[in-house]
Design a protein around this ligand. Structure first.
Ligand code: FMN
Length: 362
């Protein structure tokens, strides 16, 4: 099933293989460039490529060298990426990621600030190009007016993505970034109408989704969610399953293109119980992308079992630009080099050979 085509809204994917969103920190000055176009282009035999987390506004640029989608230069850069991906028949969605409290002022452009739903700093340190690892700062608590401004920034960046030739956008509602900061009871301390029971905490995600849908259409708008995720001081909270079931149901009413479920148990996080994934799938009623620790055999099994409709692969796509071909022929997989996940330049980025290139070199 993995290599069969799939209709996602009004677009047809050439297979059910999705490249998972992965921050690679090659966007010097936060502008997508030719190297990034080459990297994504090398992987254009996928069914769908979801880009790395991309900032809808300057405050959202919490990490070094991540791209944005709010300036004309960024839109021009993204056009090259979309074009390179479409040349191989793949479709491409831009992941819109607002880092919220998970950021450092040194990583932000002048005038921008770290804002979020909680003033307690995230535990641990964040890398900065200027001074290496630094403790997280205390974020400024977002006001209702900040929230409206941020919602507008998602709308503008989604429109920019479409202008750049993208097939849609994925709202990053996972891994402890801004949308999850609202959803997660452990980190939402806002003290306004976006804080309280699970309905109040879901309000921001639903308002962002609705606003983006109004701008570019429901069939072009997906969302990524990580129930039970622990990244960036999140973690499960009382009523977590009901909260995500409610959210999935509401997102279903909006006819969102898909929900992309994260399970980072292959990376040491607690496993998302299968029953929770099934509840989200059933409450939503639309397309589900499953992700986390997949290889071809597990992907085929979970597709056959109906757990999801599409399967996202992350690290295997870093090290194997021709992942689809390698899976098809049962070739050996190259292993990714962790040291170059976030370093600038082509090393560990565009220099992983395809099977053909590796064989020619032997
Ligand atoms: C280098 C790296 C960067 C990542 N960046 C993002 C990101 O920007 N947005 C996101 O939603 N997930 C991100 N992830 C998580 C992946 O999308 C994926 O869920 C994870 O790698 C598990 O899938 P895998 O076992 O197939 O690698 C990242 C993972 C890696 C390894």
């Amino acid at each position: 099933m993995l290599f069969e085509s799939f209709n996602l809204g009004s677009i047809t994917l050439q297979s059910r293989v999705v490249m998972a969103p992965m921050t690679r920190s090659r966007a010097i000055n936060n502008i997508p460039n030719a190297l990034m176009a080459e990297y994504y282009g090398q992987r254009n035999s996928a069914g769908l490529i979801i880009t790395e987390g991309t900032a809808p506004s300057p405050n959202a640029l919490g990490y070094p060298r991540i791209p944005g989608a709010f300036s004309p230069e960024q839109t021009e850069g993204w056009k090259k990426v979309a074009n390179a991906v479409h040349q191989g028949g793949a479709k491409i969605f831009m992941q819109l990621m607002h880092t919220g409290r998970v950021g450092h002022p040194l990583n932000l452009p002048e005038g921008a600030e770290v804002v979020g739903t909680n003033t307690t700093p995230v535990e641990g340190e964040m890398y900065t190009d200027q001074e290496g690892p630094k403790s997280y700062p205390s974020a400024r608590l977002m006001t209702e007016s900040d929230i409206q401004t941020v919602i507008q920034s998602y709308v503008t960046s989604a429109k920019n993505a479409i202008e750049a030739g993208f097939d849609g956008v994925e709202l990053h509602g996972a891994n402890g970034y801004l949308i999850e900061q609202f959803l997660n009871a452990n980190v939402n301390n806002l003290g306004n109408s976006y804080n309280g029971d699970h309905q109040a905490r879901a309000k921001f995600a639903l308002e962002v989704a609705q606003a983006v849908i109004n701008a570019i259409g429901a069939e072009r708008t997906g969302i990524r969610l990580s129930p039970y995720g622990v990244f960036n001081n999140t973690g499960a909270f009382d009523g977590v399953t009901e909260a995500y079931e409610y959210l999935a149901k509401e997102l279903g009413k909006l006819n969102l293109a898909y929900i992309h479920i994260v399970d980072h148990s292959a990376m040491g996080a607690p496993e998302v119980p299968r029953s929770v994934k099934e509840k989200i799938r059933d409450a939503f009623g639309g397309t589900i992308i499953i992700s986390g620790g997949y290889d071809k055999a597990r992907a085929e099994q979970d597709l056959a079992d109906g757990l999801g409709h599409l399967v996202a692969f992350g690290r295997p796509f870093i090290a194997n630009p021709d992942l689809v071909y390698r899976m098809k022929v049962g070739a050996e997989m190259q292993q990714p080099d962790f040291d170059t996940f976030y370093t600038p330049g082509e090393k560990g980025y565009t220099d992983y050979p395809t099977l053909e290139e590796a064989e020619t070199a032997e």
